[in-house]
Design a protein around this ligand. Structure first.
Ligand SMILES: [Zn+2]
Length: 70
């Protein structure tokens, strides 16, 4: 199982279940157990897709609005 969670910086990350910590690209080391888990998926591929979907939900719409204003 892979867990989908967010860093305080807003980035969406995934980590294999059972792994204690995960380092975000912002430099922060997250304790996986203390994070709110958004989703659980079975495979690494699904985890990667789920992260992409969530990033799109969070950032994608904004980008779209900005693009349409041009
Ligand atoms: Zn971060």
């Amino acid at each position: 199982m892979y867990l989908i969670f967010r860093c305080d910086c807003g980035r969406v990350l995934y980590g294999k279940e059972g792994v204690a910590t995960r380092k975000c690209v912002c430099g922060k080391t997250l304790k996986v157990k203390s994070r709110r888990i958004f989703r659980k998926v079975a495979t690494r591929e699904e985890a990667s897709e789920a992260v992409q979907e969530m990033q799109n939900e969070i950032y994608g719409n904004t980008d779209f609005k900005l693009a349409s204003d041009l």
